[in-house]
Design a protein. Structure first.
Length: 269
């Protein structure tokens, strides 16, 4: 099932995407996560609505650094012996089609990172790897937008990863039953139509199950929490010469079986 969150006649709704139409429901986010059977308020053409981020503001956005072998190679980084965890603030959340924006006086090294994003469906505390996937509601596409100058000068990553608009998610939330194995999905980034990242989630050092189990040993994962699972090779900071996003750039991140997340970049003084 492909869930979407859209604005229709000025109001937000959760709905189910079927081909080019959306069945709008009256369900709240909590009811969606709980698996309540959807009702049907109306069926509308997908072109008649504005697509929003597929979930309301999550309690936690947990992100994983250096989780692809090919990304470690391009950045000359030693593969970590355990997951490298940081957080993105929930105020960084952005929907598909919306503008990634930043002040040029704050940063001029804004990078893209295509990621498989996991949405937790059931609370998880001290769960084992074998049962970890049972706690997933679904998957969406993420872009871990990063201000590299802030990230590296601060010595920790939260500020450089959490500017407003720096966590695009979408366009749909695919339920876990439609993706039986999250470890064999193509993942790509296009900048102004040119492919910049192309890899597969099998390059992950720590699998989705590993990450859920590892995180849950330290803190409770709650329904609606998001885990950004890391990015593959091809990021701008790892290129020679380096490539950063600029005003007017079109950035697309995509994950096989989920969809394409498209955003435009906008700078301000």
């Amino acid at each position: 099932m492909k869930w979407v969150r859209v604005e229709h006649k000025g109001l937000p709704h959760f709905g189910i995407l079927r081909n080019d139409s959306i069945s709008l429901t009256s369900l709240t986010w909590a009811e969606v996560l709980a698996g309540r059977p959807p009702d049907s308020l109306a069926t509308v053409d997908a072109q008649e609505v504005r697509t929003l981020a597929p979930l309301e503001r999550p309690g936690k956005i947990i992100a994983i650094g250096l989780n692809y072998m090919d990304h470690c190679r391009e950045t000359n980084s030693e593969p970590p012996s355990k997951p490298l965890i940081f957080c993105k603030l929930s105020t960084s959340l952005l929907g598909p089609g919306e503008e990634i924006s930043w002040s040029r006086s704050l940063t001029d090294q804004v990078d893209y990172e295509a990621e498989l994003a996991v949405v937790v469906g059931q609370s998880a505390r001290e769960v084992g790897r074998q049962e970890a996937l049972q706690h997933i509601f679904g998957y969406t596409v993420g872009n871990d937008v990063s201000a590299r100058d802030l990230q590296f000068s601060d010595g920790q990553w939260i500020r450089g990863k959490s500017l407003d608009t720096f966590c695009p998610l979408g366009p749909v939330l695919v339920t876990a039953d439609e993706i039986p194995s999250p470890q064999n999905l193509g993942i790509r980034t296009y900048l102004n139509g040119e492919i910049m990242q192309e890899s597969n989630t099998r390059e992950m050092i720590f699998s989705v199950a590993d990450l859920i189990s590892f995180c849950s040993q330290a803190f409770t994962l709650e329904p609606g929490d998001v885990i950004m699972t890391g990015t593959p090779h091809g990021v701008g900071v790892g290129r020679d010469p380096q490539v950063f996003m600029n005003d007017g750039d079109q950035i697309v991140t995509e994950v096989e079986g989920i969809g394409r997340l498209e955003n435009t970049c906008r700078t301000r003084d």
